[in-house]
Design a protein around this ligand. Structure first.
Ligand SMILES: N[C@@H](CCC(=O)N[C@@H](CS)C(=O)NCC(=O)O)C(=O)O
Length: 217
């Protein structure tokens, strides 16, 4: 299976971590909405990353990919059966993909991704405006954090979606300033699936810094 995108995107990282947790053999194929390859366009007609190709089946959208992978590879389950737990997982996935991601991308793009990877000037005014919206979201998240374990009982899509978004935010902001969030991120970072994707991301960023030719975030 191939996943198209660039891993500084919270959505691309989310899809890659899910695939790694499931033991699916997923290759991350670098893709950008600004210069789409025919393969990427076929999988993502609206040029959003990530998109996935599994044989002749294609699918865009990180949450759609999460549902597909969870059905295709049931272990470990990432969507709880309990109605309230499932509702909370979907809420936190949505919270990460919309409210938190909007702040994270504004901070990361203007402080790091633009200047370091795309050769754009740093835009501290835009980064500060995004950071102002990040803090209420981070305070909310800290309130949701358990003393131990995972966001909604068992490890789930909620943990992956939120952690992926925080990793993007970490390119421009200290996301470990709040203690329960920091401890939970530590548990995420200890997972082999997370570590494998983080290593891939580090290598691809290094490549992008050298070529300076990517558009992502
Ligand atoms: N709901 C989508 C959102 C995907 C999305 O917004 N991706 C961004 C990158 S972080 C994108 O491709 N933006 C288009 C662009 O940069 O032109 C998902 O979960 O996959």
């Amino acid at each position: 299976m191939q996943i198209f995108g660039f891993p500084t995107s919270p959505y691309v990282r989310k899809a890659m971590v899910i695939a790694a947790e499931k033991g699916a053999d997923a290759e991350l194929v670098e893709a950008t909405p600004h210069k789409p390859t025919p393969e990427f366009l076929a999988a993502s007609p609206f040029r959003m990353m990530p998109a996935m190709q599994d044989g002749d089946f294609t699918l865009p959208d990180s949450t759609a990919i999460a549902f597909y992978l969870d059905a295709k590879y049931p272990q470990p389950p990432l969507l709880p059966a309990d109605p309230q737990a499932r509702g909370r997982v979907m809420w936190l996935d949505e919270f990460a993909d919309t409210i938190l991601s909007s702040s994270a991308r504004g901070v990361a793009f203007n402080r790091y991704i633009g200047p370091a990877l795309l050769g754009l000037p740093e835009n501290e005014e835009a980064a500060a405006a995004a950071e102002a919206t990040a803090h209420p979201a981070l305070d909310y998240l800290e309130d949701q954090m358990p003393e131990d374990g995972w966001l909604v009982g068992e490890y789930s899509l909620a943990d992956i979606a939120v952690a992926s978004c925080l990793k993007t935010l970490s390119y421009g902001l200290d996301v470990k300033a709040r203690p329960r969030t920091a401890a939970w991120l530590g548990r995420m970072e200890a997972r082999p699936a997370w570590r494998a994707v983080a290593e891939l991301e580090r290598d691809m960023i290094e490549g992008a810094r050298i070529s300076g030719a990517h558009r992502s975030g």
